[in-house]
Design a protein around this ligand. Structure first.
Ligand code: HEC
Ligand code: HEC
Ligand code: HEC
Ligand code: HEC
Ligand code: HEC
Ligand code: HEC
Ligand code: HEC
Ligand code: HEC
Length: 246
């Protein structure tokens, strides 16, 4: 053993010394730490106990159904996926003691605007408004029932629901093209967009109608449709709402 250590290069001895130090410290610390930190089962148990000890604050929407009509009203409407307590705050105590503890009534514009203010990161088609322009100085609930907000009855411009795309196209070389040049849009898409869908072009030849050498559309720049971009769909390289050539 002694001769083995002596034969070892110095560098290796230092590495060994550091290793022994680190491993030794780890063993030592583990021995000193309380069991609740080293025993994972005990750790899970104490954590669960701690969390379970918190008072329950939310009752869940079903709990409101017994006493409030609003439960039924909301079920058929556009807010069906929002829980009552999303808007009224935690209401477990209220459910158990209705007359003493009243949930909050979020009547201010800011509250609705929190979800409905125009924001490009929201999914395409999510109903959004610009609160500065959309009937300012009146509370939203004057016109929209919070438990059954009505979708608008009249079909609207594409830009009402696809504002980001509309604004992008406005600044692009395709500004002169109507949305319906490229999309077939049944009238009902503008009322029930998730059930009645608009179409998206499916082939390269669609763009070729204006951009192939054979096309009669003079102001559109031409490419050789057979070789340009090979087998890929045109919109795998060109964003159709903002086609740009760098
Ligand atoms: C046991 C019956 C009962 C249950 C369960 C119950 N409420 Fe109520 N709630 C009442 C009564 C009664 C009032 C009217 C209190 C008053 O005006 O004195 C009320 C009033 C309210 C109000 C109006 C407060 C105001 O200031 O006018 C809201 C909002 C409300 N409840 C929400 C809820 C929600 C959300 C739930 C479910 C989490 C719920 N309630 C569960 C009985 C109930
Ligand atoms: C999108 C937010 C929102 C959701 C979700 C919501 N509420 Fe309301 N609720 C409101 C607002 C805002 C008011 C105040 C309406 C007013 O003053 O005209 C209100 C009012 C009420 C009132 C008082 C009604 C009155 O005439 O005084 C009750 C009770 C109530 N809500 C219960 C519920 C219950 C139960 C649910 C779930 C089934 C629910 N709400 C879901 C926003 C909401
Ligand atoms: C004076 C009445 C009035 C007030 C106040 C009002 N709205 Fe509207 N809202 C309407 C009408 C009418 C429409 C349908 C016509 C349109 O699209 O502008 C509508 C449409 C909407 C839409 C659907 C937009 C879409 O593109 O699908 C949302 C979401 C909306 N409002 C939210 C709000 C919010 C949030 C507030 C408060 C910050 C508010 N409204 C205040 C009358 C009102
Ligand atoms: C927690 C987020 C949230 C809050 C807060 C909220 N909403 Fe909504 N709202 C939604 C969702 C989700 C939909 C359904 C969207 C869908 O069907 O794609 C919706 C739909 C609507 C619609 C239907 C628009 C249409 O034409 O399709 C209107 C109007 C509306 N909300 C108004 C309001 C008003 C007024 C308030 C305030 C009392 C409010 N919302 C608060 C999430 C919210
Ligand atoms: C009432 C709001 C609304 C109006 C108005 C509207 N759309 Fe849509 N559109 C949507 C929603 C919501 C979706 C997402 C549907 C989905 O993913 O299920 C969508 C999806 C689409 C799609 C994608 C279809 C797909 O299969 O991915 C296209 C293309 C489209 N809309 C084009 C248009 C055009 C063009 C117009 C105007 C002529 C228009 N939309 C008007 C709400 C609307
Ligand atoms: C030059 C043809 C063209 C025009 C004009 C055009 N689109 Fe498109 N659009 C397409 C193509 C192609 C796709 C498929 C893109 C993809 O799958 O990557 C598409 C996809 C979409 C989608 C679904 C995917 C997404 O980007 O969210 C929507 C919604 C849409 N278009 C709406 C519109 C609206 C609204 C307008 C008018 C403001 C419009 N389009 C104008 C060609 C066009
Ligand atoms: C109805 C005719 C028409 C259709 C269909 C069409 N475009 Fe265009 N496109 C044009 C016109 C016109 C211009 C040139 C506008 C200008 O520069 O004044 C153009 C310009 C372009 C440009 C050049 C942009 C630049 O910076 O020079 C590209 C890339 C392009 N389109 C791609 C596409 C793609 C991809 C499709 C299919 C999704 C498509 N186009 C469908 C008419 C069309
Ligand atoms: C693999 C990516 C790719 C594909 C797929 C593609 N393109 Fe292009 N496209 C480019 C690039 C890069 C340029 C700019 C360099 C050039 O001129 O070749 C361009 C340029 C263009 C131009 C402008 C030409 C000019 O003279 O200004 C048009 C128009 C165009 N493409 C239309 C299309 C159409 C239509 C399709 C589908 C048939 C398509 N592109 C498919 C990458 C692609």
């Amino acid at each position: 053993m002694k001769s083995f250590l002596q034969k070892m290069p110095d560098a290796l001895k230092r590495v060994l010394a550091v290793f022994v130090l680190v491993a030794g410290t780890a063993v030592l610390v583990r021995a000193v730490l309380p069991a609740s930190l080293t025993d994972s089962r005990l750790h899970i148990k104490t954590t669960v106990e701690r969390e379970m000890a918190h008072p329950v604050r939310y009752a869940g929407s079903e709990a409101c159904a017994d006493c409030h009509e609003e439960y039924k009203v909301k079920q058929g409407g556009y807010h069906k996926n929002l829980s009552c307590e999303t808007c009224h705050g935690a209401a477990k105590e209220h459910s158990e003691n209705p007359s003493d503890l009243k949930p909050k009534l979020p009547r201010m514009r800011e509250f609705c605007a929190g979800c409905h203010t125009y924001n490009p990161s929201r999914p395409s088609g999510f109903p959004q408004v610009n609160p500065a322009a959309h009937n300012p100085r009146k509370v939203c609930i004057e016109c929209h029932n919070p438990h059954d907000p009505k979708p608008t009855r009249t079909p609207r411009e594409c830009s009402a629901c696809h504002a980001e795309i509309a604004r992008t196209k406005e600044l692009s070389p395709h500004v002169q093209l109507e949305c319906t040049t490229c999309h077939t849009v049944p009238q009902d898409h503008k009322l029930i967009p998730r059930s009645v869908r608009a179409t998206i072009p499916s082939e390269r030849s669609f763009c070729g109608k204006c951009h192939s050498k054979e096309s009669g559309r003079k102001e559109a720049p031409k490419v050789d449709i057979l070789t340009h971009g090979e087998k890929y769909l045109c919109w795998q390289c060109h964003y159709p709402h903002m086609p740009e050539v760098q």
